[in-house]
Design a protein around this ligand. Structure first.
Ligand code: UT7
Length: 334
């Protein structure tokens, strides 16, 4: 079977209007702007309103991506929604996005749970359906309302996260799959480290009860220093594998977009990969950690401000809950 190149036909993103600054957080927990900036690089993040759920953010980003692609929701064959903060356990957020976009019913729709690697995993999955010719257009929309699972009494986590969504429409291109679009992808799972970053209660292992609620076990818990060590080691390794799978070397990469969790992790990985600062796309200072949506939001920002040029090779790297790792090289806009 001859495979088709999977290309990005359009992208879009959405972040809520409300800004929560480090100074605002100083009023909520025992922290300082100086600590947050020096430990993470984050200055502010966006917070969804009470009546905005993850699917609402996703629909906004998806509409922007469809408009960018010049397509309608009825052109889609599949809505794939990477998220760790679904509107409900079920129905899937992807089903709600399909309905919210007013798209026809003759399509696949499901969520994908791979933490902060969400958008990278999502592109990898979309690519399979496009490459084989099974589908013609896949919407990958990574969306998170992390503030819905934030423990606002825990200063070690509540300063890190923000809400937002990023979307891409993946379609089939002409020519060689090794030369355009989503070229080389690698995804990995280190499930033995899953306990380092989790929501302890509310699932079948530990249904939420009064004690769990009192202990905020329905919220995100993280062993930050251990996750930090895994990320600093794992990110350059998975990035190198994806670059090799794309048949490239580090010097072929024009732009790097890493999961926007922490500027120190991004800087350390850039040094290990020998990528100069001017080729790193970074917006963690404005939006904090938006989990699986962060690489999509940064990609869209760089596209809209004119940094990305046709033919540029872009390396995307994700890491997070699972513990999951993933990286992919995409060639922009040919
Ligand atoms: O997106 C999924 C992947 N997640 C990540 O990539 C996160 C990875 N981890 C990290 O980015 C870092 O571990 C953090 C930013 C979460 C924390 O930075 P750290 O340098 O590892 O700090 P730490 O947890 O070792 O804490 C150092 C100190 C502690 O005080 P003591 O015990 O030394 O007195 C903490 O209690 O900083 C204290 N601390 C704070 N102080 C002021 C922790 N959070 C805060 C805070 N404000 N918000």
């Amino acid at each position: 079977m001859s495979l088709k190149p999977a290309v990005i036909a359009g992208i879009g993103s959405y972040v809520p209007e409300r800004v929560l600054s480090n100074e605002d957080l100083e009023q909520i927990v025992d922290t300082t702007d100086e600590w947050i900036v020096s430990h993470t690089g984050i200055k502010e993040r966006r917070i969804a309103s009470d009546d905005q759920a993850t699917s609402d953010l996703a629909i906004e980003a998806s509409r922007a991506a469809l408009e960018d692609a010049g397509m309608s929701a009825d052109d889609l064959d599949f809505v794939l929604c990477p998220t760790v903060t679904p509107d409900h356990l079920f129905p899937s957020t992807a089903n709600l996005v399909q309905a919210g976009l007013g798209a026809h019913n003759d399509m696949a729709a499901f969520d994908l749970l791979s933490g902060c690697t969400g958008f990278v995993y999502g592109l990898h999955v979309a690519r399979q359906f496009i490459a084989t010719g099974e589908m013609e257009a896949v919407l990958v929309v990574a969306s998170e309302k992390l503030t819905s699972i934030t423990d606002w009494t825990d200063r070690s986590t509540c300063v890190l996260f923000g809400d937002g969504a990023g979307a891409a429409i993946v379609t089939a291109g002409e020519g060689e799959p090794s030369e355009k679009g989503l070229i080389g992808f690698v995804v990995e799972s280190y499930g033995e480290h899953g306990h380092l970053l989790d929501v302890p209660a509310g699932g079948s292992r530990r249904p939420l009860d009064a004690e769990g609620l009192a202990n905020h076990e329905n919220c995100l818990h993280m062993n930050g220093p251990e996750v930090f060590k895994l990320a600093v080691r794992g990110v350059p390794e998975v990035a190198e594998k994806a670059i090799a799978r794309a048949g490239m070397t580090n010097s072929d990469i024009d732009w790097v977009i890493m999961h926007q969790a922490n500027l120190r992790i991004i800087d350390a990985a850039a040094r290990r990969l020998d990528i100069p600062d001017e080729r790193m796309i970074v917006n963690v200072q404005k939006f904090g950690n938006t989990s699986g949506a962060s690489t999509a939001i940064a990609l869209d920002e760089a596209y809209r401000d004119g940094r990305l040029q046709p033919g540029d090779n872009i390396l995307l790297v994700g890491f997070g809950a699972g513990f999951s790792l993933g990286a992919g090289v995409l060639r922009w806009g040919l």
